[in-house]
Design a protein around this ligand. Structure first.
Ligand code: SF4
Length: 690
């Protein structure tokens, strides 16, 4: 790796969420930069992100476990050990005994090279990533409905002209505050409707807040669609000309009249009809969904239900209106396009498609028959670790599964059962602390790379500062391991721009076609939304205006029905717990818990509970409570909130140890996306005995 001289004022983008706010980094100082998505703003996480660059918590040398202690080692010794152990384990148990777990925060280049490393250097099918926990249900639903999954198929700034926006299961006032400026016009026109079981800071800003019981918003979408049809608001010409499948949907929706839906969801029939009228009568309207809809065992169907509503109203693919999914992780969109998913190859190609295998194998210079087939999805992969049938070795990049995976106590046990665990990270996360080898890697402002933001716009993150001595890039790690495993070095370049050039070729002709994008075009400031199939193609800010991506150009209604949460409440576990984020922290908190300004504000986990519910369990504000599910218990501080539903409690999922919300969560999987049901599980409360 060549080290760059420190530069003053490098234009780059935030290390955290999918808004990818623009910033200028000077040394370890961050300033916001004007850009369409953030309008010159940053949230607290972005403003304080520079402190991570000089953080004393950074890892600066590889660590190897010796006699149950992690001790410093040289890079050569660490990489030699990894290559030797992976070779031994695969020789004994077969290629699938080694597994890779990636992340939705990795750059496009890392995601691409990680998938290639798994399939070629290791020859394993066992590769997946934490985006499976994050956006996979919307991806599955988008592919079914539109034939293409570009989360937001229009630029964010289009939202500024909307009269009505229905925001489902999203809390951007905390997760991505600069996004709220795009909702202002709708909010000012009394047209911002927020669907969330909690009265979040976003719901506070809405003109109407619908609070369905957790796990029932599929039913709510059916009820609003019923009202659309019953009140004569269906956009019949759009349905006839641009879609297929409405009749099958109506056969189900006809059974879900608003009064019946009210009994299931708790949302009044009057509010359902009001929302139907608001959406249908608006000049410009949007429906946006996020994790609240997706993270369910019926998450794909739930998103499909909201897309059905959007199609019935004629919103998708119409200028000034639409449906979109708000991705969460920094590269949530790009992370799912380049081959780190168990079932995919670069260009958003299916790994079991013979033509796709032939094409990608040609780019990689290997026989198509040498590429493994689809592997286990994220939770299934983690659940199988160390079992007789499952992988015996795991390498983790950009993920902290001990905190972020559902049924986290069980997942920690599975990691402990491995013969060999490697973690590449910036800091000693909870997962890294369990590893046999820890590799200290660069972070956002210390490396070049591209990210694809929530709009499908490809952005260049630039290297602004040198990393600490002893730290290397993930690309360096993959190159060093691949060559030790017998691959030619040129097949695994450690330079981001060179990797991107190959990614372009591998994506050509795929759904997510990046072949016309280059670092030079990005450096020149071009706004390039994929697909960009030629070097002189201007990009595609709005993808569905003329036609949808199915062969006949029409969108598909999907017949879906309400199922409810996978885990019912009962006398032993009478409350429903839901989980989410807070303003000051990001994902597993591995980074933000190490930023003093953020951690001082929210230093510990808590449970939000209605005061009457708290009193019923002998709990008061500030007490420590033990929240228990069928899978484990978390110890968290009590916060009493009168706005909570009495039957629901909320826990943020950013904290480690006994405060992990995911000790409770249910790994029931969506049959289509394989996403776990993070958003609802049955729990009880008790006072924590100190
Ligand atoms: Fe912007 Fe998200 Fe970074 Fe906050 S965390 S500054 S909203 S990109």
């Amino acid at each position: 790796m060549t080290l760059a001289e420190p530069k003053l004022g490098t234009a780059t983008h935030c290390p955290y969420c999918a808004l990818q706010c623009a910033m200028t980094v000077t040394g370890h100082t961050v300033e916001p930069r004007e850009f369409p998505t953030n309008g010159g703003g940053l949230c607290q996480k972005g403003w304080t992100s520079g402190s991570l660059l000089g953080s004393p918590a950074r890892l600066t040398t590889p660590l190897i476990r010796v006699d149950d202690e992690l001790v410093p080692a040289s890079w050569d010794d660490a990489l030699d050990l990894i290559a030797r152990r992976l070779t031994e384990i695969q020789a004994q148990h077969g290629p699938d005994a080694a597994a890779i777990f990636g992340g939705g925060g990795l750059t496009n280049e890392k995601a691409y090279l990680l998938g290639k490393f798994a399939r070629i250097a290791l020859g394993t099918s066992q590769v997946d990533y934490n985006g499976r926990f994050c956006m996979s249900s919307a991806a599955a639903a988008g592919n079914k409905a539109f034939g293409l999954d570009r989360g937001m198929p229009f630029p964010l700034t289009d939202l500024a002209d909307a009269d009505v926006i229905l925001l489902v299961g999203s809390n951007p006032a905390e997760t991505m505050p600069p996004f709220m400026q795009h909702l202002r016009r709708a909010a000012d026109a009394n047209g911002l409707v927020v669907v969330d079981p909690r009265r979040t800071p976003t719901a506070e800003q809405g003109s109407l807040h619908l609070a369905p019981a957790p796990g029932t918003d599929l039913a709510l979408a059916l009820g609003i669609l019923h009202a659309v049809v019953a009140d004569g608001l269906l956009d019949k010409s759009y349905v006839d000309e641009r879609t297929r499948g409405f009749d099958a949907v109506w056969r189900i929706v006809a059974q879900w009249w608003p009064e019946r839906v009210e009994r299931v969801t708790g949302v009044s029939a009057a509010d359902q009809r009001r929302v139907a009228g608001m959406l249908a009568n608006a000049r410009n309207a949007y429906i946006l969904t996020a994790r609240g809809s997706e993270q369910h065992a019926s998450g794909s169907d739930t998103v499909s239900a909201w897309i059905n509503l959007a199609l019935a109203l004629g919103l998708p693919g119409r200028a000034g209106s639409g449906y979109g999914c708000l991705t969460g992780q920094g590269n949530g969109q790009g992370g799912r396009e380049h081959g780190q998913k168990a079932d995919q190859l670069p260009g958003y190609r299916k790994i079991d498609d013979p033509a796709a295998r032939e094409y990608v194998a040609g780019v990689w210079g290997v026989p198509a028959e040498s590429l493994p087939g689809p592997g286990r999805s994220a939770y299934e992969l983690l659940d199988a670790l160390g079992t007789e049938e499952g992988p015996k070795a795991l390498m983790v990049f950009g993920s902290n599964v001990v905190v972020s995976a559902p049924r986290a106590g069980h997942i920690a046990d599975r990691l402990a059962a491995l013969d060999f665990l490697v973690v590449a990270d910036l800091v000693l996360s909870e997962t890294a602390a369990m590893a046999d080898v820890v590799l200290p890697v660069t972070q956002w402002a210390e490396e070049d790379g591209t990210m694809t933001n929530l709009e499908g716009r490809v952005l260049l993150r630039r290297r602004a500062v040198d990393p600490p001595a002893g730290v290397r890039t993930d690309l360096f790690v993959l190159n060093g391991l691949a060559t030790r495993l017998g691959q030619p070095a040129h097949r695994f370049p450690d330079d981001a721009e060179t990797v991107f050039a190959e990614l372009r070729a591998a994506s050509k002709g795929g759904l997510a076609d990046y072949s016309g994008i280059s670092y030079d075009r990005l450096r020149a400031g071009e706004a390039l939304y994929w697909p960009v199939p030629e070097a002189d193609h201007p990009g595609t800010p709005r993808v569905f205006l003329d036609r949808f991506a199915h062969a006949d150009g029409r969108a598909r209604f999907m017949p879906v029905d309400h199922r409810g949460p996978a885990e019912p409440t009962d006398a032993e576990f009478p409350l429903q717990a839901t989980t989410g984020r807070v303003l000051q922290h990001y994902q597993s908190g591995a980074q933000t818990r190490r930023v003093k300004e953020l951690n001082d504000v929210v230093p510990e986990a808590y449970v939000e509970v209605h005061p009457d519910t708290a009193a019923r369990y002998g709990l008061a504000e500030g007490d420590w409570a033990r929240v228990s599910s069928r899978r484990g218990s978390a110890s968290v501080r009590v916060r009493c909130l009168a706005s909570m539903r009495p039957d629901v409690v909320f826990l943020p999922f950013h904290f480690g140890g006994k405060q992990r919300a995911n000790l409770l969560t249910n790994p029931a999987l969506d049959p289509s996306s394989r996403m776990p049901e993070f958003k609802v599980c049955a729990v009880n409360l008790a006072k924590e005995q100190s």
